[in-house]
Design a protein around this ligand. Structure first.
Ligand code: TYD
Length: 207
């Protein structure tokens, strides 16, 4: 593999990924590392168009079409952003990567864990992160953080909670299957305590 370091951040919506990602990037910059901070979907020009389609287009997108759009975004992102940065020896930090598809499309949308994993690996030509930080939180607690209204969840919100809980369980299964790649953190602990664990692991990988 290329000479840089590849780190992804994962977790269901509302767990606080971007805060941890920001703090890690700050730490890496302070260490004098060249960081490529990126995201999925939308880490390239083409990806931003796909992101619009995925997140803002009106009307139904069939689950398989949705999975293929995420995979297309990822294929283009890896070929044009991630691999080149790794080849330049940079630290690539991405907000979501292929585990998001396995969790959200494979499990949440019932397309099948292994099928979506195979599709995603095809898209990236087998490129896996050296480290995946999984922020883990109960789906109803994550929903409460997202809404902040304090109101009881309605029917739609409850369906969403089921969807996110299924995605969460898929993430935990992936972490159990690949313990060397995953760092699983309980997202109920303080921002500082999570960040300290992330920095310790990253420091170890940087040598
Ligand atoms: P975004 O606004 O970036 O959310 P977040 O800050 O939580 O990452 O929206 C991305 C949404 O797309 C998010 O709900 C997760 C979902 N998603 C998938 O369903 N599959 C995927 O492969 C990826 C990368 C994201």
């Amino acid at each position: 593999m290329a000479s840089g370091l590849f780190i992804s951040f994962e977790g269901i919506d509302g767990v606080g990924k971007s805060t941890q990602l920001d703090l890690l990037v700050q730490f890496l910059n302070e260490q004098g590392r060249t960081v490529c901070r990126t995201l999925e979907p939308g880490g390239t020009d083409l990806g931003r168009e796909i992101r619009e389609l995925l997140l803002h287009r009106k009307g139904e997108v069939s689950p398989r079409a949705e999975a293929l759009l995420f995979a297309a975004d990822r294929a283009h992102h890896v070929a044009n952003v991630v691999r080149p940065a790794l080849e330049r020896g940079e630290v690539v930090v991405t907000d979501r990567y292929l585990d998001s598809s396995v969790a959200y499309q494979g499990s949440g949308r019932d397309l099948g864990f292994n099928q979506v994993r195979d599709l995603s690996l095809f898209a990236v030509d087998g490129l896996l992160p050296h480290l995946t930080v999984l922020l883990d939180l109960d789906a109803s607690k994550a929903a409460a953080r997202r809404s902040n209204t304090g109101a009881e969840p309605d029917r739609l919100e409850r369906a969403k909670i089921e969807f996110f809980e299924s995605a969460r369980q898929a993430y935990l299964k992936m972490a159990a299957d690949e313990p060397a790649r995953f760092l699983v953190l309980d997202a109920e602990q303080s921002v500082e305590s999570m960040q300290a664990k992330i920095r310790e692991r990253v420091q170890g990988l940087l040598g």
